[in-house]
Design a protein around this ligand. Sequence first.
Ligand SMILES: Nc1ncnc2c1ncn2[C@@H]1O[C@H](COP(=O)(O)OP(=O)(O)OP(=O)(O)O)[C@@H](O)[C@H]1O
Length: 677
Amino acid sequence: MIRWKDVLKPITAVVNHGHSIKAAIQCLTSQNTDIAFIENQGSLIGYVTTHCLLEQIDVGQSIEEPIRYKNDILKVPDTIPVEFFHNVSMVIGVDSQGGISGYSTIQHARNRINELELIQLNEMIHGAGVGMVRVNNKFEIEFMNETAESILGMPRSFLMSRNYKKLMTTEKDLHRVLEGETLVSVNSQINFKQLSGDFYPLSTDGKITGFVHMFYLREDFEEAVQELDFVRHLYSDLQAVYDSSNEQILVIDEKGIILRVAGKFLNDFWETGQAENIIGKHIGEFSKEFQPNIFDLCVTQKKKVTSIQESHHRTRIWSVATPVYHEGKLEKVVILSRDITPTESVYANKERDRKEDSQASKTEKRELIYRSDKIASLLENLHRAAKMSSTILLEGESGVGKEVFAREIHTASPRQDHPFIRVNCGAIPEQLIESELFGYEKGAFTGADHKGKAGLFELAHTGTIFLDEIGDLPLNMQVKLLRVIQEREIVRIGGTSTIPVDVRIIAATNKDLKAMVADGKFREDLFYRLNVIPFQIPPLRERKEDIFPLAVYFLESFKRKYHINKSYTPDAISVLETYGWPGNVRELENIVERLIVLSSEEWIDRDIVLKVLYGDSDKVKKPPLVLELMPMKEAVAELEMQLIELGMKKYGTAAKVSEILGVSPATISRRMKKIKK
Ligand SMILES: Nc1ncnc2c1ncn2[C@@H]1O[C@H](COP(=O)(O)OP(=O)(O)OP(=O)(O)O)[C@@H](O)[C@H]1O
């Protein structure tokens, strides 16, 4: 708000009422001013300007004659806001003590207001890099801000009062602005500077008095647009990433109100169909449905926390809550969650319940953990095959869990209450295999138990025998095994009678049995006998969805074993998920144990996982290697592109890459545009 005292000028020339034109002219010249006020009995009653004195002489008045003065003046308290009154050409300000504080013609007040408003506007846009120039209706520069000075590269002292139109070349006719038209996004050039900006007409009492030009340097603007474009793309890319991710991202304000849900909405956990149903609600409303309330944990502990939350319907999610602070004050909590409800088979549960009842299960139970569709459909087929007694061959790389699947078949079969006997064909010394498998009669050989001993086939009677590492079975044993499969009877070593055995055979191998047959290392007839119902267990790298629940499962069991409390950071999980796992689930289990032991903190973070999986990566920096000659400019451009691509792959954001490469984010975005082309 602009007040009268902001625009008043001091009164310097006063002449008495009735004084001559000559006296007035003398007063004006001695005070070096253009306006003199007329006083009568201590009060100002009018004013006279040099211009009107000259007019009086011009019409033939003598300079000795008394002055004719204007009296359309108004006295106002100088603290009230400036406003204009009809039929008043001069305002005199009165201060709080009743004294005269100054004067202003209406025209001066209007100009001053324009100027002060521009100064205020300039303060508002200060820092935004916008230049501002005001000209009068003769195109003379009357005001310009500091940004305009620095954009144009010329000092204000040089530019003031110059004809702006003559300094500028522009595609539009500036007279149109003086006719009241606003011109936007006009390109112009001053002092070789390319500008882009808007022209706004200024008017007083409906009369155009000039215009304001607001502008910026075109190259800055283009850079900003590019940056905006880049950010927009980044935003939509991120949105796509969130939408396709397996994680649920929850943003909660400091009071507990759920502001936003991104990524995969875990509706089984919330027990509501859509994310919209929880947005805007207090997290506390749901905390009765699941335990623990990780938001409260995060707020009270004032740090990142992780927890496995379980709903009443036994949906388990793994969550990390991170507090977000702004100027030391908690602003938000971001919770990243994943569903880790193990898709346990009903049979595994049955077996567990059964074992829990029995004395035998003192050791930790092994569950079959998975979330991938691949394993889900494999299990469907396994369960179907389990119902019959046919021989099953499980093929798969070492460590994929063939034994776990063999047990699953057994538990899903009608033989579940009968023995499950595992034979590791590769681990038994060759000379003992026969007696282990088929048993022996008393005195069958030196060192044999004098009572004789039943073999594993006999022990597995009515149940299942699991022949692991079947490819390691020596050829002579292969013949004997073939006989058992065909005849369903065995003869103990040193025995003469046959013993019938009713067993379901499950064989497993990590070798290519077909290739072994071709090489003469495995009997073809046995191969066909075993290969009745074959199943391929996919390696872990082909079912990445299983990595996370398995990693959590192993972590939980090691936590119980070692009595310690550790958790993965989300970054650590990403590293685990992108690793190739040549040793499959067994390797994952071992790595998790190593991580537990090696990580010193409460968190198993990305760095320790990288270190354990890939070893120390502090390799010596290799200088770039040039293999062929090319123009230097091309080589530099190529290297730049490669650095940016590498950086984007590693860090994903232009901001981080620009920091690492030591250039501005705008440079990165420009180069990336080129890469995309
Ligand atoms: N889906 C799973 N859920 C839980 N644990 C699993 C799963 N798959 C494998 N494991 C665990 O991984 C380890 C290796 O599994 P297993 O011994 O069954 O593999 P394998 O395929 O038989 O290996 P090999 O060919 O070397 O004998 C075991 O400790 C097993 O309990």
